[in-house]
Design a protein around this ligand. Sequence first.
Ligand code: PLP
Length: 215
Amino acid sequence: MPFNLGKYTELNSFLKTKNVTLVAVSKFQPLEEIQKAYNAGIRDFGENYAQELCSKFPALPDDIRWHFIGHLQTNKVKYIAPFVYLIQSVDSANLLKEINKQAKKAGRIIKCLLQLHIAEETSKTGFNEDEILKINYADYPNIEICGMMGMATFTGNEEILKNEFSKLRETFLKAKPQFPQMQFLSMGMTDDYKTAISQGSTMVRVGSLLFGRRS
Ligand SMILES: *Cc1c(COP(=O)(O)O)cnc(C)c1O
């Protein structure tokens, strides 16, 4: 599907008025379409699969900030650790441990968001609140935890969405003292970003609106 410049321009000016960062979700999009989005001014792109990200990274401009937003298996961390900008989908202590190890190997401090499980669907992954409050940040000197991420239930029901997003914001505020660099609250996608912003989102991950529905 082609990159839609008109939709991007409209979304971008809306997000600017709200002070919200846009991450363009480019999974399954060919290089040409990502390049078009880059030419329009986008620098933050989100990918879900380590292999796909690793093949796109060397073929596109090197000032792109690559966000990893999909479920990340521990054995794939090493492939993205040298260059990833922000891993948004950290959902277990095991994964934190492996990211810390690979970051150290790569001589980097890797920025991460903690993913909170907020949806009704059990298929979605993430920490629960207690697990987040139990994390000992000092165990991970090569990780900078700079916020939280969550995915709401796939529903058009505004009340459910609002409840889930506000739950994420509450946990974010509770965890803030524990993680001094926390600033990003990543919530909202094509179908729910307006609701997410009304509940305090500072970063949205939008794919279909910019590139069309994925087949
Ligand atoms: C695919 C995906 C998105 C983007 O979804 P759209 O509905 O296309 O905007 C956002 N976040 C995550 C975690 C995703 O996997």
